[in-house]
Design a protein around this ligand. Structure first.
Ligand SMILES: [Zn+2]
Length: 174
């Protein structure tokens, strides 16, 4: 365990340069870039999906909007629906389901109510900045749902130079 791993800014309530409450959309100034040929459709950043399964690849957003989108998601924090009744499913003939305390153990962990799968917020947000080395990881792409293999969370985090931890380093830049 390295000290640097704990140095991230992301807490439940993140303050990014006094940007204001996460639901304040009155004086929201989106940097406009007049010179952008914007082939990609600008999206309403106040209506970014909450459920990880609804999110599109960060690379599919306009490059000029990505930082703002990252900031919003970091302010929100990972989608952790603690009031959800996590469905039971049979895995290897045993009843399994997502365990709520995993949210406390893994602060990057997100859960999709729509598809009953887990994801990593940090890898989602910063995958374009840390390369594609672990891009096929279930937590980043398809979602993880092998609830009998909790050890996969630690595997996803990996060592200090892992895709995940390099994404994690980006959490402090906003
Ligand atoms: Zn990750």
């Amino acid at each position: 365990m390295q000290g640097t791993l704990e140095g991230f800014v992301l807490k439940r309530k993140v303050s990014f340069d006094g940007e204001g409450a996460s639901n304040a959309n009155t004086s929201n100034k989106v940097p406009k870039s007049n010179s952008t040929p914007s082939m990609l459709k600008k999206i309403d950043i106040n209506n970014l999906p909450w459920d990880p399964a609804d999110r599109k690849n960060i690379l599919d957003y306009d490059p000029n909007q990505r930082d703002e989108i990252r900031r919003i998601y970091l302010q929100r924090g990972p989608t952790q629906p603690r009031g959800h009744l996590f469905p039971i499913k049979k895995i290897a003939s045993k009843d399994r389901r997502f365990v709520i305390t995993w949210f406390d153990e893994y602060h990057w962990l997100e859960y999709s109510e729509k598809v009953d799968k887990a994801y990593c917020l940090w890898c989602y947000l910063f995958r374009d900045q840390v390369g594609r080395q672990r891009g096929s990881d279930a937590f980043v792409t398809d979602g993880f749902c092998n609830w009998n293999k909790k050890e996969r969370f630690a595997v996803h985090e990996g060592d200090i130079n892992s895709f995940h931890n390099r994404a994690h380093k980006n959490v402090k830049i906003s």
